[in-house]
Design a binder for this molecule. Structure first.
Ligand code: HEC
Ligand code: HEC
Length: 219
């Protein structure tokens, strides 16, 4: 009898773990065909990596995106530096999930984190007006970020290149510490793509992070 109970308990616990580990939508909707959910998986060239989604995204944003996906990378997604040889897969709309499904998947994605990403790198204080002007110079002139990324001009019109993801309203999407680490050491994310590595110092990376957070329409 004791053995039967233990086996039953073990089985139940196993299922609970499995439910926590991964919602069924991931398998059913073929998310793994385009995304990596663990750094051990084979590199995908169809969609961005999600194995650090908990470090990168706000849960609210994920929840919304998974129910009604919007376009962030207008040029489609390419990985690897030899993107010219890759065929752009004509922009098919991203799979959408139900409200419940999105909630389950967003909760799961928030558990995917890198083990040693330092927190607390960027404080809440926004840039002063003068700092903001300097940061805009860095973004547009010194590093030419604007040539690959959408941002806003002085009167709030969207402008900028499209070979990288749009940074408009990314303060609702991306966590400040993640942006900082991405700018400072993209290697942490096993990234081998087309964004140049700038070797920024902490101060510049912080300034650019705060600048990115300020690129927002009046929502
Ligand atoms: C056919 C390939 C494909 C499938 C299947 C797919 N995705 Fe995506 N996914 C993409 C591409 C491409 C993007 C980038 C879209 C953009 O930037 O505009 C993306 C973006 C995302 C993002 C935002 C990531 C970021 O860095 O901006 C999340 C989160 C996501 N997908 C989750 C999922 C989940 C969960 C599933 C399964 C339910 C799934 N995807 C299925 C291709 C796919
Ligand atoms: C030559 C083009 C290019 C330049 C210049 C460039 N980037 Fe990028 N950037 C990219 C690409 C491509 C990616 C996307 C990788 C991907 O699709 O996940 C990216 C990703 C990012 C991301 C992460 C966005 C996300 O949603 O995953 C941020 C933040 C960012 N860049 C900021 C900057 C800043 C700040 C600068 C200037 C210091 C800059 N970039 C310069 C091409 C560029």
């Amino acid at each position: 009898m004791r053995i039967v109970v233990s086996i039953l308990l073990f089985w139940c616990w196993g299922s609970v773990l499995l439910v926590w580990a991964e919602p069924e939508e991931i398998g059913k909707k073929g998310c793994r065909e385009c995304h990596r959910f663990s750094s051990e998986e084979k590199e995908s060239n169809k969609g961005p990596d999600l194995f650090y989604a908990g470090d990168k995204f706000y849960k609210n944003w994920l929840n919304k995106f998974l129910q009604s996906p919007m376009v962030i990378r207008e040029m489609n997604f390419f990985s690897g530096s030899d993107f010219l040889s890759e065929k752009a897969n004509a922009s098919e709309p991203h799979v959408a999930l139900t409200k419940e499904g999105a909630k389950r998947v967003a909760n799961f994605l928030m558990t995917l984190r890198l083990p040693n990403l330092e927190a607390g790198k960027v404080n809440d204080e926004p840039l002063s007006k003068a700092e903001s002007v300097r940061a805009k110079m860095l973004f547009e002139r010194s590093f030419g970020c604007i040539s690959c990324h959408r941002a806003l001009n002085l009167v709030g019109k969207v402008r900028g290149g499209v070979s990288g993801p749009s940074l408009v309203n990314s303060g609702l999407r991306l966590k400040p510490d993640w942006i900082f680490h991405w700018l400072k050491t993209p290697q942490k994310f096993m990234y081998k793509g087309r964004m140049p590595v700038f070797n920024l110092n902490e101060e510049t990376a912080t300034r650019l992070t705060k600048y990115i957070l300020s690129i927002r329409t009046n929502l």
